[in-house]
Design a protein around this ligand. Structure first.
Ligand SMILES: Nc1ncnc2c1ncn2[C@@H]1O[C@H](COP(=O)(O)OP(=O)(O)OP(=O)(O)O)[C@@H](O)[C@H]1O
Length: 325
């Protein structure tokens, strides 16, 4: 299953803010969309998810192609349809920076995920067990499923938003800066969850009868280059246009375009500044665990590894603790 974006442009008030973007997003593969602030990443995401603001118009083509089990709606240009009118076989789920945009504040997350599973076709009982299965999959047990979002930590809320996205059985998850508001450990946990649920060896993302090929594709929008490194591919956007793309290892280690080079340089400087700050404050810190996102060797599952007693930029100090504790 492949989601194909061709010549995507978004204009507002006569200004072309996304300009001729092309992407090929394949089931079970992850693509990072990076670029400076204002490059057009969020507008591109909103166009893909069918949630553009009033006054914005999108042109180009957004289609789903399945070679194994074609659906009657394959080939329909989804850009012409807002999210609510898109065919159920071609849903694109959006996970945003602020999970409160997708989670209802007064309902338990279990109820909300079950409602999404029900809307995707599950029976009442099936939806309830599907919700628990999905929430467990993102690391939230039955006790947490019975809580309203305000009684979860930021990282747990964001993982609930991922479970909600999965419940609608999407072909593509678009995650727009999902880790920005999280501490370093919650960020690592969320990235590991996103990697797991979009890996081709994921079991039954779309239900017990579906196979590995049905893992959704992931488009991860991020400023965070280590997070981009959890994806197989990186696409760099500048002033609405794709200026560089390729496998993440080569784009991030041998950037060609000046924008990519500047981002890589800034990330290096950030790490250095963080490391220097860490050295200065080390005396005040007795213990701190940091998780490092790792990309698996070919054929191996990517994930995150705990690196105990390491302090780096943004790592929580023992005095602060981490979110949810
Ligand atoms: N509703 C809107 N009305 C007018 N202009 C908009 C609107 N939304 C975004 N823009 C403009 O479109 C351009 C791209 O915005 P967008 O939010 O897509 O950037 P971005 O790459 O996601 O930035 P950031 O990383 O800061 O979120 C910016 O110049 C922004 O000011």
């Amino acid at each position: 299953m492949t989601v194909i974006v061709e010549d995507l442009s978004v204009s507002i008030a006569g200004r072309r803010l996304v300009d001729g973007v092309g992407l090929t997003l394949t089931s079970g593969e992850r693509t990072a969309l990076v670029g400076a602030s204002g490059a057009g990443k969020s507008l591109a995401c909103a166009a893909l998810a069918g949630t553009l603001p009033p006054g914005a118009t999108a042109t180009g083509r957004l289609t789903v192609r399945r070679t194994d089990r074609p659906e009657p709606d394959d080939g329909v240009n989804l850009l012409d349809l807002p999210a609510a009118r898109r065919p159920s076989s071609s849903r694109i789920a959006l996970v945003q920076q602020d999970p409160s945009t997708s989670l209802h504040p007064l309902e338990t997350v279990g109820t909300q995920v079950a409602a999404a599973a029900r809307a995707a076709g599950a029976s009442r009982d099936g939806a309830r067990s599907r919700a628990l299965e999905l929430l467990e999959r993102v690391g939230l047990d039955a006790d947490l499923a019975a809580r309203v979002p305000a009684r979860l930590s930021g990282g747990q809320r964001q993982r609930a938003a991922v479970a909600l996205a999965l419940a609608c059985e999407p072909v593509l998850i678009v995650a727009d800066e999902p880790t920005t508001a999280l501490d370093v450990v919650a960020r690592a946990e969320l990235l590991a969850v996103l990697v797991e649920v979009t890996s081709p060896w994921s079991d039954s993302v779309g239900g017990a009868d579906k196979g590995a090929a049905d893992a959704p594709a992931l488009l991860l929008v991020t400023h965070d280059l280590p997070a981009a490194g959890t994806c197989e591919r990186v696409v760099v956007l500048d002033e609405g246009q794709v200026v560089e793309s390729g496998d993440s290892r080569s784009v991030l280690t041998r950037p060609l375009h000046e924008v990519t080079r500047a981002m890589c340089e800034a990330a290096r400087e950030e790490s250095l500044a963080g490391a220097l700050a860490a050295i200065e404050s080390r005396a005040a810190v007795d213990d701190c665990a940091l998780c490092e996102i790792t990309q698996g060797e070919s054929g191996r599952r990517p994930g995150y590894m705990p690196r105990s007693r390491v302090l780096a930029a943004g790592a929580p100090s023992s005095a602060q603790g981490r979110h949810g504790e």
